[in-house]
Design a protein around this ligand. Structure first.
Ligand code: G4P
Length: 521
């Protein structure tokens, strides 16, 4: 490979409002990918946004789409894959997590562990993704650090191993104690955190003035942690049993440089990846990648469609012809881009861990594998259990063609799951979502992108289970239940409520009724 710089591919995840956008800006600022905080996810009166491209997204101030930001840091290439902030798009977050090697979990020091924090920790555990935990907003009053550590241990069942420890309680952030060197890293404020905050490292004997008392307190607590053996261990971190913890203020740019240093030092790079049927690829093997996200409508003028793929093995050269696993057909990668928000750059070469955006890749679906050499197929990204269901019909019957095309496109992108049955016909498919905001995206995009207003009406179902062709027959005519099919052929049984789903399963043990991973908040 001609670019031997190691890769670090990670996502920042958190409960909404914990500071994900702020830390993304701060990370990019430190790595000098952009010059001033605010250029990534502009908020308030800071710079205009380059990441939020959908009008609706801007209006609501939420990040619906995912972008990948690549920058260089300390001889490494860092790929930061953005995730949506709202829990209604957790399925999207789940997909993004299939494309990263580690995750940075932000916890709001004032709020502690929130519902989405707990759920995302569980998803990472399920997928075997090592997590670095950042206690953010330490510049504001919050919980005591020892209390936060207890909560992580008790509620998440993962052992926190702090690498830094705050000097000064939440709201009075002087800096941190580097637990591995025993040094004091003292922070100095800058106006609004808009430029890189200066840090000064000093030995314990150099701590003076009004820092002395809070320093002594930090040392005491650090010793307590030592007694408790809450110290970093690389093996247990990689296996997901422990999580290194650090304290930061993304807004003040405190601790951000340390986070980058930790990512480079501790986070894993691309490694051996298992495909289906026992096939395996090492990063140095022939090219392979999988699509984890498909997106269109970023540029209404061009009606572009972008498939984001994570490279698993081998070198990608723009223009190379690869095999599309699902169809077995050759696929020419003439147009490949790195994408961050609206900024797109043509990519000539990319390596394991990198994210590429393949333009107008109409055949590619989420979960598809592309490769050269022997056949390989990476496991599909599982869907979350939908909990909200609507029938969709064309709002303007004269635009039925556009309606069909739009539904097909949104289905392929995974914006919602589209379910059909002979009974309902193709004119009114059922849309299934994890969170109701997904329907708003559908309405908005159908109207503006596909020029086909859509009429949605609520269906009285709450629970979905996977079944099979036999199950579909067995369930026919049963009360409070209906079986439909996803585009990939999977049979999905919908039930009016949990009780009915459980009762049906109990009374008909021969019928397959398999639960999907829970996605709702
Ligand atoms: P998100 O992407 O996880 O949803 O969070 P985001 O970065 O948008 O941050 C949510 C709010 O928390 C923002 O305030 C942001 O300024 C603030 N914030 C983020 N990190 C810190 C921190 O370290 N310290 C403090 N004190 N605040 C922090 P906002 O009022 O909602 O928006 P804004 O107009 O101030 O940007």
């Amino acid at each position: 490979m001609s670019d031997s710089r190691p890769r670090r591919t990670f996502a920042v995840i958190s409960h909404p409002d914990a500071g994900k956008s702020t830390i993304t800006e701060a990370l990019a600022l430190h790595a000098r990918a952009i010059n001033e905080a605010g250029a990534v996810h502009g908020k308030g009166d800071r710079k205009a946004t380059v990441s939020d491209w959908m009008a609706m997204e801007k209006a609501r101030g939420i990040s619906i789409t995912s972008a990948a930001l690549q920058f260089e840091y300390d001889g490494h290439v860092v790929n930061l894959v953005d995730t949506p902030g709202h829990s209604d798009f957790s399925e999207d977050t789940y997909r993004v997590l299939s494309a990263v090697d580690s995750a940075v979990m932000l916890v709001d020091a004032g709020k502690g562990l929130e519902p989405q924090t707990l759920k995302l920790f569980r998803v990472c555990a399920l997928r075997g993704i090592p997590v670095i935990t950042v206690i953010n907003k330490w510049d504001r009053p919050g919980l005591s650090p020892l209390e936060l550590m207890d909560k992580i241990q008790e509620q998440i069942k993962i052992r926190p191993t702090p690498l830094t420890w705050p000097v000064g309680e939440a709201g009075d952030f002087r800096g941190v104690l580097d637990r591995r060197t025993g040094e004091f890293i003292k922070y100095t404020r800058t106006a609004g955190g808009a430029t890189i905050a200066p840090e000064r490292r000093m030995g314990a004997d150099q701590v003076e003035g009004d820092d002395k008392d809070v320093w002594d307190n930090a040392v005491e607590e650090h010793e307590l942690l030592d007694l408790d053996e809450a110290n970093h261990d690389q093996t247990t971190f990689l296996s997901g049993e422990t999580t290194p913890v650090m304290f930061a203020s993304a807004l003040q740019n405190f601790g951000v440089a340390q986070l980058l240093d930790l990512l480079v030092e501790l986070a894993p790079g691309p490694s051996t990846t298992e495909g289906l049927d026992g096939a395996v690829r090492e990063p140095g093997d022939e090219f392979s990648a999988f699509v984890f996200k498909v997106q269109s409508g970023m540029n209404t003028a061009h009606r572009d469609r972008l498939a984001y793929a994570r490279i698993v093995s081998g070198e990608f050269d723009r223009g190379m012809v690869v095999t599309h696993g699902t169809t077995g057909r050759p696929f020419a990668t003439k147009f490949a881009q790195t994408v961050f928000g609206r900024e797109t750059t043509s990519v000539e070469h990319a390596y394991p861990g990198d994210i590429i955006g393949l333009v107008n890749a109409n055949a590619l679906r989420v979960g598809d594998t592309i490769y050269t050499g022997p056949k390989i197929a990476y496991p599909p990204v599982p869907s979350f259990a939908p909990e909200h269901f609507m029938t969709a019909t064309a709002g303007d019957i004269g635009r039925y063609k556009q309606f069909r095309k739009g539904i097909e496109q949104l289905d392929q992108e995974g914006v919602v799951q589209v379910l059909r049955s002979d009974l309902r016909g193709d004119q009114s498919p059922v849309l299934a979502a994890v969170g109701p905001l997904q329907f708003e995206v559908v309405e908005d995009r159908m109207l503006h992108e596909f020029n086909s207003p859509i009429r949605l009406s609520r269906l009285d179902y709450q629970v979905a289970r996977i079944t099979d062709a036999e199950g579909a027959l067995g369930l026919r005519g049963k009360r409070g239940c209906e079986v439909l099919q996803r585009t990939d052929g999977t049979y999905v049984a919908l039930f009016t409520d949990q009780w009915r789903a459980s009762a049906t399963a109990r009374d008909n043990p021969e019928i397959l009724l398999e639960a999907m991973p829970a996605g709702g908040a």
